[in-house]
Design a protein around this ligand. Structure first.
Ligand SMILES: *Cc1c(COP(=O)(O)O)cnc(C)c1O
Length: 434
């Protein structure tokens, strides 16, 4: 397994943030999400330091759906990032963290009126309008509240990024955004710019997630800048901002060549500056929206090994005390992971095993046919790169209690999200008279 951040081999036991995972398992129980705070902050700083220019302002917006807790919001503010939300629940969580709501930008292809009211009540930075119908709804709610709001328009630029179908978002039939190829597109933009309640900032795009093909991002830059120029000339308006979205690919297994954030941010900035010059354009601000590439490698899941089973069919299973309830990605889109016996780092990895969870689903597999040391009941299995879309996609299926999330740094650990209790599982279950 590839090590990330502060991971170290401490006499055969994996250490993260200066703490042996055996100690973490003892103290907090398993399954447990372990977040390497130093690596999270390092990633945030890498974006901040490398995505900047003398020609325009830049903003790095953390895509909160990757992982959201009050602690992560505080780190967002500490490193002067912004943060996005796509639901009332995410807005509420960010608000509860106490950070400035001007840092918040609201997405979503189907925001409810209540969510839009929340945006205005909280005084968030901007709303990213998804489609024509939403323009009128946002405007109506502004009128109702006698407030104005800054908006962007999410546009679909038709870029075919090579990633899993479910996480591609910019194909012509995607449910997100308004297509720039639609002949009514200028009209739709004009609807926004002519609305007194809305302050139009510019266009937003997000071409997909876990993208390694840097060409797709460069193509995105070109299209966004050209389109912005075209529309601003056609409608004779100034468009101050563009947001280029996130989706920068990270390492999960040896099949992935992660995007080098430092290098790639520099090359994006260079490309943006050149394109603006070529089109003789000025932009006030350019933003990006990374999620996974900030939090993915910084999080791991620590499980306790239970049974080991060799099937008649020849598959050797290692059973763990979690599964698809804390990591749905393998079942949802065949995501692959690396793992290690975290209390036995020095044993030879000479077995081919499949790691299965405890849910009543044959598809509840976290790892299929990968090398691992000989596991025994009681061992600790650590699955790497579960920081993004792990906790945030977790569920209570089979009445699983969501694991705790622990932040580790410099030999200290602290709970960011508590483990769900059995009581939590019946919190909303009403004693009916039957
Ligand atoms: C999911 C999402 C992101 C972040 O994607 P990552 O792959 O986690 O970097 C950014 N912007 C929007 C609109 C998204 O939906």
């Amino acid at each position: 397994m590839k090590f990330f951040g502060t991971m170290k081999n401490n006499s055969g036991v994996l250490e993260i943030g200066g703490i042996k995972v055996t100690e973490l398992a003892e103290k907090y129980g398993t399954p447990l999400y372990v977040m390497d705070q130093e690596l999270i902050e390092e990633n945030m700083m890498k974006y901040k330091e490398n995505f900047k220019s003398d020609k325009f302002k830049t903003t790095v917006v953390y895509a909160s759906k990757a992982f959201l807790s009050k602690a992560i919001c505080k780190l967002v503010e500490k490193h002067d990032l912004h943060i996005d939300a796509v639901s009332g629940g995410e807005l509420y969580t960010i608000k509860a963290s106490g950070i400035s709501m001007e840092r918040v930008h609201m997405h979503g292809n189907n925001k409810t009126d209540d969510e839009l009211r929340m945006c205005l009540d909280y005084g968030i930075g901007s709303i990213i309008i998804d489609n024509e119908e939403e323009i009128e709804r946002v405007s109506k709610i502004c009128l109702e509240k006698d407030q104005k709001v800054k908006v962007m328009l999410r546009i679909n630029i038709g870029i075919d990024a090579h990633t899993h179908e479910y996480i591609q978002t910019s194909k012509h039939s995607s449910k997100f955004g308004e297509s720039i190829f639609d002949e009514r597109f200028p009209e739709i933009v004009e609807k926004i710019t002519s609305d007194k309640n809305l302050e139009f900032l510019g266009f937003h795009c997000h071409i997909g997630s876990q993208i390694f093909d840097t060409k797709a991002f460069h193509e995105g830059i070109e299209v966004m800048i050209k389109e912005t120029k075209k529309i601003s000339e056609k409608l004779n308006i100034e468009i101050p901002e563009i947001n280029l979205g996130g989706g920068f690919g990270v390492y999960y297994t040896e099949k992935d060549t992660a995007i080098d954030v430092e290098k790639f941010m520099k090359s994006m900035i260079e490309h943006i500056e050149k394109s603006l010059e070529k089109e003789s354009m000025n932009m006030k601000k350019i933003s990006i929206e990374p999620g996974r590439s900030i939090i993915g490698n910084a999080g791991s899941t620590l499980y306790r090994v239970g049974g080991i089973k060799e099937t008649f069919g020849g598959v050797k299973y290692v059973f763990i005390d979690g599964g698809m309830t804390d990591n749905i990605r393998p079942a949802l889109y065949q995501a692959e992971y690396e793992a290690v016996l975290a209390n036995k780092l020095d044993v030879v990895e000479d077995e081919i095993v499949t790691v299965a969870g405890k849910c009543c689903e044959s598809g509840d597999l976290i790892i299929k046919n990968r090398k691992l040391g000989k596991a025994e009941a009681g061992d600790l299995l650590l699955v790497a790169t579960t920081g993004a879309y792990g906790y945030s996609m977790s569920s209570n299926y089979n009445k699983a209690q969501r694991p705790a999330v622990v932040f580790v740094k410099d030999g200290k650990s602290a709970i960011s999200i508590k483990r769900e209790s059995l009581k939590d599982l019946v919190r909303n279950d009403v004693d009916m008279e039957l």
